[in-house]
Design a protein around this ligand. Sequence first.
Ligand SMILES: Cc1cc2nc3c(=O)[nH]c(=O)nc-3n(C[C@H](O)[C@H](O)[C@H](O)COP(=O)(O)O)c2cc1C
Length: 428
Amino acid sequence: MADLRTNIAGIESPNPFWLASAPPTNSGYQVQRAFEAGWGGAVWKTLGDPILNVSSRFAAVSFNGQKVAGFNNIELITDRPLEVNLKEIYETKKRFPNHAIIASLMVEPRQEAWHEIVKRVEEVGVDGLELNFGCPHGMAERGMGAASGQVPALVEQQTYWVKEVAKTPVIVKLTPNITDITATAEAAVNGGADAISMINTINSLAGVDLNSWNTIPHVGGKGAHGGYCGPAVKPIALNMVGECARNSRINVPISGIGGISNWQDAAEFMLMGSTSVQVCTAAMHHGFRIVEDMIDGLNNYLDEKGISSVKEIIGKSVPKYSDWGDLDLNYKVVANINNEVCINCNKCHIACEDTSHQCIDMLTDSNGNKMLKVREEDCVGCNLCSIVCPVDGAIDMIELPNELVPMTWNERQHAVGAVACEIDIASK
Ligand SMILES: Cc1cc2nc3c(=O)[nH]c(=O)nc-3n(C[C@H](O)[C@H](O)[C@H](O)COP(=O)(O)O)c2cc1C
């Protein structure tokens, strides 16, 4: 069995699977049951002011029969008094000394407010702090959450204030509602963050009821934008983790969050640079016991690969993630249809004919049977036919031998620039 123990900026946990700050971590009862089920850590539901919420809070997007492909909420931070949460954190930490308990915090952007809450939560024995600069709704209207998290100077300043008094590691949780997340990640690092976590939820409206014309969800006939999460946001989150992981100025560990539903998702986030992973929607959809499969699956994966510790996979895909300008323009793949497996549904032909490069021909063989064949010379290797194909193994994308020297856009521009320079010099 591989060693799943995790250490992120000094916060230790028996495995990398943490519950994200959200309804699953709302109380001591829940967090203790989660630890019993196997979760390695929990970021407590965000503590702070004010204590208020609306009724009718969640909505989900189902897609083609899959329930909760995306999840939307207009919930604010905890609506339980700070004293009650602090007492339960203390009791939970006492019962589970080896599990990670992180206090998620959100207060108004004032030095004294941050100092006060940090001191109070550290007194009850938390292992670390997570600064919630991410909630997109409700709190943002009051200058907190995403409103702070979208302004790098405010991220840096508030992180700095927290670090002035914090004795435990400080994780800054970033909002994805920003054009370039590396700007706020760098600001967090400049403010002294020990780690960063991402993503919080994405601005969204789940839908509109076609009968009542109300938004989904609505509060007495009125709606407001919410935060989107769940499986649908995973690619957005994974890119943001990758962008931060490959940026040399963001030299702190990352806790990856966003659409993680199983051990494979978790492993992808770790390969892309996450030291720990956090889960919310999947736990809300399926319950705490999903962590059992996550632990078993990750263990088996590491064993099969002959890897003794989960730490060894962190960031292994980061060097493979780069700018478009670094991709080899001479690399080529083409589609190949396996006619033994193909069911002649023609989806690939339609997709290619209508929306791609018109390079799949419909032929008739000597027995009069219809068959599909790719004209390799016209195929650009876009993958669309293999994406729409309903049968596994019917279309493979095949790498063609590269007869040309690898050449990236950046190298090409460099070479063109050098030639232009030579012409310029020669003409003088
Ligand atoms: C109902 C709900 C409430 C949430 N409340 C908080 C919160 O209080 N603090 C916070 O930092 N994030 C909060 N989040 C965001 C999650 O911690 C997490 O960042 C996000 O849901 C993405 O992870 P997921 O795709 O696994 O759900 C909340 C999410 C949901 C769905």
